[in-house]
Design a protein around this ligand. Structure first.
Ligand SMILES: [Zn+2]
Length: 365
């Protein structure tokens, strides 16, 4: 019998639904990256990507290789929690105030819930200002896209296949549950795991920054016309991703510890800022992104501002005092753990992944 009461589903929703949107976006990136790398000499292949949802209110997601397919499973709770949080932010006066007219909002919580019958999301009390509703949609999408891309990184960079060979683990789950601590750090699992989680985050950030650059160039999203300047898109993205890490932190405490499968959320976000800026350099070097004086600095300032605003909103609502940017440059624990995963990546993990990877594994993060 299944662990879960409801079977995973990959269809049954309408074309216009969010479920279809996340699935299409992920499949599109998967297809494009495979095409870009079809010439590499790696023999490893799968039958394609299958994208599922699991009706479960917890925030969680999974990457796995099953029956010869790459598979991603996203909990419905990941989507409803992200959407509830982001829509509530846009329903609050003074929050993200350069987006539309926040003075029209009346600070009412906006809740997303999953309608199992119709396989759809129902959003109660969306922002009153029409353009803020639109921004809420895009910002929530940025957050959920980051999660989808992280899972895709586990597949295309070969993590899921290697871990099933090394440890017999069928799934790479987003959550480390109490029962998971029985794997002690001496068998190397925790360090291997922290290292691939760093890589999956870096993959997600890279794909997201490339996507934001595309949005700014093409304005397909038609949200640029409503923003004070194009850089604000980075602010919204950082707001969404930071909100995700804060929601994770609130539901499960994280810390620097050799038993942990992840660096703590604060450490992950610090790495993500670095990965974002590395991607900007890469895009500029390749002349995909225009090289303009101050551009890099403006992007960084907007990412930091988005992180700060997400924290401010979170701390205000949950009575917490998170500050992910404080003491960032000289955090001894962060530097120690960060150096450890980098070293492990370069000396061990990258080489072991190479037979399963279907993307360019970076030589050093
Ligand atoms: Zn992961």
């Amino acid at each position: 019998m299944s662990r879960y009461k409801y079977p995973e589903f990959s269809d049954g929703f309408s074309e216009k639904s969010d479920f279809n949107l996340y699935k299409l976006i992920t499949q599109e990136v998967y297809k494009n990256l495979l095409e870009m790398h079809h010439n590499n000499d790696n023999e490893y292949k799968t039958n394609g990507l299958r994208f599922y949802y699991r009706y479960n209110d917890t925030m969680n997601a999974t990457a796995r290789v099953r029956s010869g397919f790459d598979e991603i499973v996203i909990n419905t709770g990941t989507i409803t929690q992200m959407r509830s949080w982001i829509f509530s932010a846009f329903s609050t006066k003074g929050v993200l105030r350069y987006c539309g007219d926040s003075s029209k909002e009346n600070n009412v919580e906006s809740n997303a819930s999953f309608d199992y019958e119709n396989k759809d999301i129902i959003q109660s009390e969306p922002p009153i200002d029409e353009s803020r509703r639109k921004f809420a949609e895009y910002t929530a999408l940025f957050g959920i896209r980051f999660i989808c891309m992280h899972e895709l990184g586990h597949l295309l960079n070969g993590h899921a296949a290697l871990f099933s060979e090394l440890y017999g683990f069928k799934e790479i789950e987003m959550r480390q549950l109490a029962k998971d601590f029985k794997l002690n750090p001496n068998n190397g699992y925790a360090l291997d795991r922290r290292t691939i989680e760093m890589d999956a985050d870096a993959f997600a950030v890279t794909q997201d920054i490339v996507n934001l650059d595309g949005i700014i160039k093409n304005n397909v999203a038609e949200i640029l016309d409503l923003l004070p300047n194009p850089y604000t898109v980075y602010h919204l993205w950082a707001f969404a991703v930071q909100s995700f890490f804060l929601l994770l932190e609130k539901s499960e405490f994280s810390e620097y510890n050799d038993y942990m499968w992840y660096l703590p959320n604060v450490g992950r976000q610090r790495m993500n800022i670095g990965a974002a800026m590395t991607t900007v350099d890469m895009l500029m070097d390749a002349r995909i992104m225009d090289v303009e004086p101050l551009k890099k600095r403006n992007i960084l300032l907007n990412i930091e501002a988005g992180i700060r605003e997400a924290q401010l909103f979170f701390n205000m609502n949950k009575n917490t005092e998170f500050d992910y940017l404080e003491g960032m440059d000289d955090d001894v624990e962060y530097n120690k753990y960060f150096d450890e995963v980098l070293e492990h990546w370069d000396t061990s993990m990258k080489q072991r992944l190479s037979k399963y990877a279907r993307s360019n594994l970076s030589s050093s993060k």
